[in-house]
Write a protein that binds this ligand. Sequence first.
Ligand SMILES: Cc1cc2nc3c(=O)[nH]c(=O)nc-3n(C[C@H](O)[C@H](O)[C@H](O)COP(=O)(O)OP(=O)(O)OC[C@H]3O[C@@H](n4cnc5c(N)ncnc54)[C@H](O)[C@@H]3O)c2cc1C
Ligand code: FES
Length: 282
Amino acid sequence: MNPPGTENIYLPKVAILDRVADDIPEVKTFYWRFEDPAAQAQFKQFRPGQFAQISVFGVGEFPASLPPSPTEEETFFTIRQVGSCTSAFHRLKPRDKFAVRGPYGNGFPMKDYEGRNLTFVAGGIGLIPLRSCIVFALKHRERYGRIQVFYGAKTPGELMYQPDLRAWEKSGGIECHFTVDRATDGWKGHVGVVGGLFKKPGVNMPVENTTAFVCGPPIMFRFVIKDLLALGFHERNIVSTQERYMKCGVGKCGHCCIGVSYICVDGPVFTYEQIKKLGEDI
Ligand SMILES: Cc1cc2nc3c(=O)[nH]c(=O)nc-3n(C[C@H](O)[C@H](O)[C@H](O)COP(=O)(O)OP(=O)(O)OC[C@H]3O[C@@H](n4cnc5c(N)ncnc54)[C@H](O)[C@@H]3O)c2cc1C
Ligand code: FES
């Protein structure tokens, strides 16, 4: 092992795939661990909202959020197949090896939110980075005020992490509100955009002393921000993660820069107040 401070920051550590679970179409969850138990113990100190760089040997490297809470035993990624790296990752089988660098990025400052209400608003696979915070907050339920989850997908079959959604509903610790754009047979819940849930009869959304976490596709993000600002949320009390093409993940290559900000080290978590100052049309 290298002396502290002399490690090659670009050298990923070898990981072993334990099992794969289907989630929604094109999206699977990959349960894995590092080959070296010391690397596993070090990685497990990640914070909700951080990310890692995944290497598929002979194909390439790509960034992915960390959906588990650090309070959970297992480490896993949830990956949508979109191109060469993610498709190669989807082809891996249990016991195959790949490699991981990280954790990287700032993450959500969960300590700063203690004593506050937490409102999570997710669209589609935007639930991936928020899952970590939700599970973390539920584990430390006494530290936070009201916790609400508003989650929307195109169809009921595209609502992610269904076992988690059911567990959160049953927990009694989280107020859950789900919606879909298009109902299919058997769906008895709300139909419409996720922001439509805020004014649903019986919802009563706190604004005072509340932090809103928003993750989802750009169109959903824009509309939800508008809704939250109209409800009276201050821009600094709305937080989100920003996705950009990344290479190094550690503030060296400049691929992720927007203005003077490096999304990989200054983010990926930003308040909406900061996102506006990044100066990019979102
Ligand atoms: C901080 C961060 C966290 C992320 N977390 C996750 C995660 O948890 N799970 C997950 O599935 N993905 C996540 N992504 C997105 C993921 O990194 C990309 O989907 C991946 O890099 C695509 O690589 P590829 O080689 O498969 O696709 P490529 O071959 O590079 O691209 C194929 C197609 O996909 C499009 N594409 C590439 N990247 C993205 C993107 N970010 N969003 C939408 N379309 C894209 C390209 O424009 C192209 O059309 C994250 C990205 C960032 C920056
Ligand atoms: S990805 Fe290289 S500087 Fe951010």
